[in-house]
Design a protein around this ligand. Structure first.
Ligand SMILES: C[S@@+](CC[C@H](N)C(=O)[O-])C[C@H]1O[C@@H](n2cnc3c(N)ncnc32)[C@H](O)[C@@H]1O
Length: 249
């Protein structure tokens, strides 16, 4: 089940204010790759900002966003032109065969794939959706950098959006069990007396195991970075950024 932050329109409407599109180094990394692909699938597209950017930058081909969060997709559909496909669902609910030159998962959406079976099924669906030689770009936080250790917030983060009063957000890490981190985000939304809560569970997969799952799925790593500036992976780098290619069967 998708977490409340992504399902609930009132919370999802704050997402882009939390991570403003023009400040996102991940979007700067992925956008040129989208622009050079004829057809693009964004899995866990959220508010659709990356696909919006691609269209606004002049992408002429097929752009498709898939997300199980109804609140997030409501934001994605705010773009008035009907030139991007938005699909409510996840990789279990679709069956594309060789339709996309580039499949992307941004904002660490890859980390919502929790169990081995779920991960295998998702990678198989990505591979099937890719054209021959098509690429899959995504990132996952490197577990060696232990990002969750700084996630519990003592002071609320204030998020301002336009003329509206600020929303206040706090985060509490609940448990760390092997690769699985559970945390709760609490939101004080302007005009609401009770806070809203959203529980999240993310998987932190190390590079070796990740590469095992990719190889098993028929995806070969073309590029690997440890940060958005293109630094090397490992050695305390925060990310495992991967561009993998569909290999012949
Ligand atoms: C942190 S947001 C990232 C959104 C967007 N990709 C971005 O970079 O802004 C994670 C997204 O993953 C979506 N999601 C949750 N479970 C998913 C699943 N099983 N498959 C695909 N997306 C999922 C959520 O609804 C949410 O929109």
């Amino acid at each position: 089940m998708v977490e409340p932050f992504f399902a609930d329109p009132a919370l999802a409407s704050w997402y882009d204010a939390l991570s403003p599109t023009h400040e996102r180094a991940d979007f700067a990394f992925y956008l040129p790759r989208l622009m050079s692909a004829r057809s693009v699938l964004d899995v866990g597209c959220g508010t659709g900002s990356l696909l919006h950017l691609a269209r606004e930058a002049g992408h002429q081909g097929r752009l498709c966003g898939l997300d199980p969060g109804a609140g997030m997709l409501e934001q994605a559909r705010r773009r008035p032109e009907l030139d991007i496909e938005w699909i409510l669902g996840d990789l279990r609910s679709v069956s594309w065969e060789r339709e996309f030159d580039f499949v992307v998962m941004t904002g660490h959406a890859f980390q919502v794939l929790l169990g081995d079976d779920e991960l295998r099924a998702a990678l198989a669906a990505v591979r099937a959706a890719l054209t021959d030689g098509g690429q899959f770009g995504f990132e996952t936080r490197d577990p060696l950098a232990r990002a969750w250790e700084s996630w519990t917030t003592e002071t609320p983060v204030e998020v301002a959006a336009g003329a509206e009063a600020s929303m206040r957000m706090t985060r509490q890490v609940r448990s760390v069990d092997g690769e699985i981190v559970v945390f709760t985000s609490t939101f004080d939304v302007p005009g609401e007396s009770d806070p809203r809560h959203s529980d999240s569970t993310l998987r932190f997969l190390g590079a070796d195991r990740l590469d095992m799952f990719l190889a098993e799925a028929g995806l070969a790593v073309d590029e690997r970075y440890g940060d958005w500036a293109g630094g090397p992976p490992g050695e305390g780098s925060p990310e495992i950024i991967t561009v993998a290619r569909r290999t012949p069967a």
